[in-house]
Design a protein around this ligand. Structure first.
Ligand code: SIN
Length: 335
């Protein structure tokens, strides 16, 4: 045991001194930022803005390489690559951290947050901020939350009432909450990496999916899904993460500047995400071949009722305190 602690400590020191060395003597620190979506999405734009500001302000001290569309690492291996310092920044969706913490599953609960503003309020409050540190035992440090948007349900048939989803297969992210959500509908969830969603819909391996408008539009998923129901039933947001052994080994002054840049980029990503999703929604609605279905309040309530048993199922796992804190951020209180 003592030997392995010593080995970890020695490994950290080695990594720290290598990074320091790289920053001071051997040219710029290289930060590889990998992600799985397209450049023309909130996360894609955020990654590019981070690169631009970091390179503008830190000149020869920092170089940022951005790899979009799973071109360097994808869902299956990006967090392992981060642990090995093969990549230094990622922004996985919050549904992809279940292996490291159950607490973040709060973000997957259906109909918990009324809208992106409510999500924002939760992320800024103490409980939300605490969750940024919930994976440090696994060598993952959360640097910021980035928004994408609220998820919509798409399928090969019109989904008006919850029973319409029964018998269909839906692609999901690797989250037990999302699995339970589709089970509640009598549908079959299938975990697939984001990079495989287009092909899975094309081949008929799955008949439906849940995505924010920006991910649907940027991957042209609507060309394979004739119906999209505007459910806004859950959120798809991100945590910008690094490996603390890498991050805290960056010379203090440079790290402070990078963290300031992250704050600016976070502000911009989160300010623009909703409008970007709305614009993509309008593009999809204007395109031939996909019908965007708006739900009445009554219809949306039926979806809420059908999915909400998932809350009780996961309360013990996520933590009642976290769920309670999340429920206080909606503007309109429900019984
Ligand atoms: C992403 O936005 O990073 C992809 C989310 C997904 O896997 O659906």
């Amino acid at each position: 045991m003592f030997k392995s602690i010593c080995a970890i400590a020695a490994g950290s020191l080695l990594l720290a001194s290598t990074t320091l060395h790289a920053a001071t003597d051997k040219g710029p620190i290289v930060i590889k930022f990998a992600h799985v979506v397209a450049d023309n999405t909130p996360k894609g734009q955020g990654a590019l803005l981070f690169k631009k500001l970091a390179e503008e302000r830190l000149g020869d001290k920092v170089t940022v390489e951005v790899y979009p569309n799973s071109t360097l690492y994808g869902d299956a291996n990006e967090l392992d690559a981060l642990a090995k310092n093969e990549v230094q920044l990622l922004a996985p969706s919050l549904a992809k951290f279940e292996k490291y913490t159950k607490q973040l599953q709060v973000f997957d609960l259906p109909f918990l947050f009324d809208d992106l503003d409510a999500v924002n309020r939760f992320q800024k409050r103490a409980k939300g901020r605490q969750l940024l540190r919930s994976m440090e035992a696994h060598n993952i440090v959360g640097l910021a939350y980035w928004h994408n948007g609220m998820k919509q349900l798409s399928a090969t048939k019109a989904l008006l009432v919850p029973g319409d989803a029964a018998g269909l297969k839906f692609r999901i992210q690797p989250s037990s909450v999302l699995e339970a959500q589709f089970n509640q509908l009598g549908a079959t969830p299938l975990v697939l990496p984001f990079a495989e969603v287009f092909e899975a819909l094309k081949s008929g391996k799955v008949q439906g999916a849940e995505n924010p408008w920006s991910n649907i539009y940027s991957k042209q998923l609507h060309s394979l899904q004739p119906y999209i129901t505007e459910t806004n039933h859950g959120v798809l947001d991100y945590m910008l993460v690094s490996n603390p052994r890498f991050w805290y080994a960056i010379p203090h002054q440079i790290r402070m500047e990078l963290e300031g840049i992250i704050d600016e980029v976070t502000f911009e990503v989160n300010r623009q995400a909703e409008a970007a999703n709305q614009a993509d929604r309008d593009r999809i609605a204007a395109a031939n071949g996909t019908q965007v279905i708006a739900l009445t309040d009554e219809q949306r309530d039926a979806w809420r009722q059908a999915m909400q048993p998932v809350w009780q199922q996961f309360e013990g796992v996520i933590g009642a305190d976290i769920m309670k804190a999340a429920q206080t951020v909606n503007r309109i209180k429900r019984d």
